[in-house]
Structures are given as structure tokens and as C-alpha cells.
Design a protein around this ligand. Structure first.
Ligand code: NAD
Length: 476
């Protein structure tokens, strides 16, 4: 089958390459000439484990090509995927669909008869209807189809997620789209028994948002439970284990941390809320998730300050891990950014290390000394703060790290280290949802007692604060 993919970013490039690996003839198109030129020279412009080799292999086999020429990409294609970005509209929260609509306008006069145009980008309910109208303004009705096929891959494990997904969702309005998409996915995924959910376009569009909002809520739930664990002396890791072994709950997305980030959850939860608002529906749980998560990301700076005795002015803080999660170079909505900015506002000097995100981090952070070596980053620091649990970071030699620091403080926002081991080495440890020995050190201010820290749901509607150290910075 000949396939065109419009938009060669994290989703478009992975999808196109994986389709090619299934034996299809794929052309990936992008407006970004630098990206396309780099791909033509065999250089993959994003960090995604395993992608370089897969691109190289399929490019060499002649199944995968790259172009800036949309006409060349869609010529003869039975299926054209739109995989362009749908970032949040500044100040509004809803998805900016201008890239999707532009791609639809541009491809409309160029596609062959009987082509199925598939929106893979994450788009609000009804976007497929508008894409249909855009194409119908220049093409005869019935000579093309528009379908929805949201993507669920996760950066860092994108290839496996694409080649062995939990499910594939396709939203179709006619037989042509149903046939071509069930054939495209059905044959290669038969071996792994992947269910293909064939539904209407509008339901398919909403499935993606509902899934992301649910996962964001699950993360926020365990994060709030982690706060409670710290107050009552429980361990959130054990708590998650005990909960997650229940098949109805499941173990994934129960890792407490500094709050979710990335290119999907923050923007998709906001866009879902806008859709609900536009239709007069209140999604209270999602609203609370968004509010709690935003507050949490900023509150992590208070945790670092708490570990350092309440004041970080002129102290040096080494942040280990910058990307929103390991195994990606993506810095979009990374929790490291508000953390670092808040610490800087309180007068701290911040250095940072990341195995793959330094280049992208340099575009969004200012006045941060960026390091390619974690030990150099930590040299002379008053505290190290683990924000992203890369294997490189988990495997650090804690004794070596401690020896080159000025103060021996480890703030582990990902529970990447066993606090007992770190304390044995000589660190004072502050972790997430774990009572550590550091918390009982009389010289370190502890979080306020439960009663003092509790804020009613009504109060939380304004600003969420379970920890009151350092005053309100959420509104700053
Ligand atoms: P991205 O920003 O990495 O890539 C988008 C690409 O589209 C860019 O290279 C851009 O130059 C190109 N583009 C924009 N307009 C174009 C046009 N008219 N013609 C050709 N190219 C054009 O975005 P992404 O992370 O790949 O996300 C794409 C979509 O997939 C979004 O809707 C996102 O929400 C969704 N999604 C992303 C992920 C993820 O993990 N990144 C996972 C699932 C779904």
C-alpha cells in the first residue's frame, strides 16, 4: 500500500517508519526543510530509542522516503495520514487546529480519487467533520474519505507501542475507510492479537482525550496519596504496589512524582475541558486534576527549599534530569522548568544535567549552567534534585556524587534511589511519599501537621496548598 504521512515529528516519523517496516511504501512530508534534509542524510532529528536503525533500514530498502513536496508525497497514496502538531492555543487552553486545517487545505487538490485521509493528530470532537468539509470544497463528495485514528504511542518506547499496541482505534464514516484501515492494521497486528476498535469518527476522537485524561487523573491520584503518605509515615511505593496488583486498578501510572508533563497530558486535559465547556458539560474530576497538577509542579520547589532549611538564596542546586520523562529529548511542559524557574526566583543558582535534553532545554531555560556530565553538574552543589529518572541517573555512584558536593542533600522527586541506601552513604534524603530519616532531623523543618496543611476543596479552587512552607508561590 502507498501511504503518505504529513508531519514528520515524534508521531509522524515513528508511524511512517513503522508502516514502512510492515512493507508499505511510505513518504513522510514536512514543511520543515531542515528536518527533511537531515532525514535524507540519515540523521534522525529526535531522540527516540531504536528509531535511527529502523529509519536507516527502511530508507535503505527504498520503502521510506522524505520530502517537502506535498504533491509528491500524496501522489498515488491510498491513505494520507495527518500527523501535524495540535499545540494549546496561547491563553485559551483549547487545541490550535490551524496546522491540521492547513494540511487538509493543501492536500485536498492533490490527492488521488478514493484516497482515505486519516487524522492521526490528537484533535477535538468534530475536527474530522471540518476536515471533510475542507476537502469537499474542492473534491466531489464520495470520491474520498476522512477517518480518525488517534495515536497512543509514548515517547521513549514509541516503536514498541506502535508495533505492539494495546489496541488500535479507528473512527470511520464509510466502508472505504473501514476497509483500508482494518486491512492496514489488521494483518500485521494479527500476530499480537491486538484488538481494533472500529467506531464512529466522533467517538474515536473523544477516546484519545478520555484515555489521556484518565491517565493524568491516575497520576494525580497517586501524587496526592504520596502527600498523605509523607504525613502519616506510609510508603507510596508499597502503597502503589498493593493497589496496582488489583487487576481492576493495574500497576501502571502509579509512580508518584513531581506532576505530569509532556506534549500530551497537559494540553489534552485542557482541550478536553474546553470541549466540555463548549457543550455545557462539567468534568469536575478532570478540572481538579489539572489544578492539582499545576500546583504540584510549582510546589516541588518548596520541597527542595524545605530540604535545604527553607532558604536557597545563593545556594547551588544541581538538577538531574530535565526532559519530561526518560528516553526522550522532549522538553514540552517538563516539570523541571517551573521547578528551576521557581528556585531561581528564590535566589538559587541552578545547574542541570540531562542525557539527551540539553539542546532543547537550552531553548526554554535561562541562566542555567547545562552539563553533559552528572558529576561535573553536582560538583560543589548544595543539593542534587532528581527530576527525571533516566537509567544514567539511577545508576549514579552516590558515594562519588556525595564526595564532590558541598552539602549532602538529595531531593529525589522520582524515588529513583532507595532512600535507605542513600542515607547510608551519607546523604540527607527527601523523597516523594516516603518517610525518610531526613524528615526527622530536628534541624530540618518538617512539613506542617496534617490539620495545618489541609486545605478545603473550596480553598483549593483558588490555589492548591498542602504544604505551607515558604508562603504562596503558586500565584507568583
Ligand atoms: P511534532 O511537533 O513533533 O511534529 C509535528 C510536525 O508537523 C512538525 O515537524 C511540523 O513541521 C509538521 N507540520 C506542521 N504543519 C505541517 C504541514 N501543513 N505540512 C507538513 N508538515 C507540517 O508533534 P508530535 O509530537 O509528533 O505530535 C503530533 C500530533 O500527535 C499531536 O496532535 C499530538 O498531540 C499527537 N500525539 C503526540 C504524541 C507524542 O508522544 N508526541 C503521542 C500521541 C499523540
Amino acid at each position: 500500500m502507498k501511504i503518505a504521512v504529513i508531519g514528520t515529528g515524534y508521531v509522524g516519523l515513528v508511524s511512517g517508519t513503522c508502516f514502512a517496516s510492515w512493507g508499505h511504501d511510505v513518504v513522510c512530508a514536512d514543511k520543515n526543510t531542515q528536518k527533511i534534509t537531515s532525514l535524507e542524510y540519515g540523521v534522525v532529528p529526535i531522540y527516540e530509542p531504536g528509531l535511527d536503525e529502523l529509519v536507516e533500514r527502511n530508507f535503505a530498502a527504498g520503502r521510506l522516503r522524505f520530502t517537502c513536496d506535498l504533491g509528491e508525497a500524496v501522489k498515488g497514496a491510498s491513505v494520507v495520514f495527518i500527523a501535524v502538531g495540535t499545540p494549546p492555543r496561547a491563553g485559551h487552553g483549547d487545541a490550535d487546529l490551524s496546522f491540521v486545517y492547513m494540511a487538509a487545505r493543501e492536500l485536498a487538490p492533490l490527492i488521488d480519487e478514493n484516497t482515505t485521509v486519516v487524522v492521526k493528530s490528537t484533535v477535538p470532537v468534530g475536527t474530522g467533520d471540518i476536515v471533510q468539509k475542507i476537502i469537499a470544497s474542492v473534491r466531489e463528495a464520495g470520491t474520498f474519505s476522512v477517518a480518525s485514528n488517534p495515536e497512543f504511542l509514548r515517547e521513549g518506547v514509541a516503536i514498541r507501542d506502535f508495533l505492539e499496541p494495546d489496541r488500535v482505534v479507528v473512527g470511520v464514516e464509510d466502508e472505504r475507510a473501514r476497509k483500508v484501515l482494518t486491512e492496514l492494521y489488521g494483518v500485521p497486528l494479527e500476530a499480537c492479537n491486538t484488538p481494533i476498535v472500529v467506531t464512529q469518527r466522533r467517538t474515536s476522537e473523544l477516546i484519545k482525550y478520555a484515555a489521556n485524561a484518565f491517565l493524568a487523573t491516575k497520576i494525580t491520584f497517586i501524587n496526592e496519596l504520596a502527600d498523605l503518605c509523607e504525613q502519616v509515615g506510609s510508603d507510596v511505593g508499597q502503597l502503589a504496589l498493593g493497589m496496582g496488583l488489583d487487576k481492576r486498578i493495574g500497576a501502571s501510572f502509579l509512580n508518584a512524582g513531581p506532576g505530569y508533563g509532556g506534549s500530551c497530558f497537559p494540553k489534552d486535559t485542557m482541550a478536553l475541558l474546553r470541549t466540555a465547556q463548549d457543550h455545557g458539560v462539567t468534568l469536575r474530576i478532570v478540572e481538579e486534576t489539572v489544578t492539582a497538577n499545576e500546583a504540584r509542579k510549582r510546589r516541588m520547589a518548596l520541597k527542595v527549599m524545605d530540604a535545604l532549611g527553607g532558604d536557597v538564596e545563593d545556594l547551588t542546586i544541581a538538577v538531574l534530569g530535565l526532559t519530561f520523562k526518560p528516553d526522550t529529548d522532549d522538553m514540552r511542559e517538563a516539570p523541571s522548568v517551573p521547578l528551576i524557574e521557581t528556585l531561581q526566583r528564590f535566589g538559587a543558582r541552578v545547574r542541570a544535567y540531562d542525557p539527551a535534553g540539553i539542546e532543547n532545554a537550552g531553548k526554554v531555560l535561562s541562566d542555567v549552567e547545562l552539563h553533559r556530565d552528572p558529576y561535573e553538574c553536582a560538583r560543589g552543589a548544595d543539593a542534587v534534585v532528581v527530576v527525571t529518572e533516566w537509567d544514567d541517573i539511577r545508576n549514579l555512584d552516590l558515594a562519588r556524587l556525595m564526595k564532590i558536593m558541598r552539602q549532602r542533600i538529595l531531593v529525589d522527586l522520582r524515588n529513583a534511589f532507595d532512600p535507605g541506601v542513600a542515607e547510608q552513604v551519607g546523604f540527607r534524603v527527601s523523597a516523594i511519599g516516603r518517610a525518610t530519616a531526613t524528615r526527622h532531623d530536628p534541624h530540618i523543618p518538617t512539613a506542617p501537621p496534617f490539620a495545618a496543611a489541609y486545605v478545603s476543596p473550596a480553598q483549593r479552587a483558588g490555589a492548591v496548598h498542602f504544604e505551607t512552607i515558604g508562603g504562596s508561590i503558586d500565584n507568583g
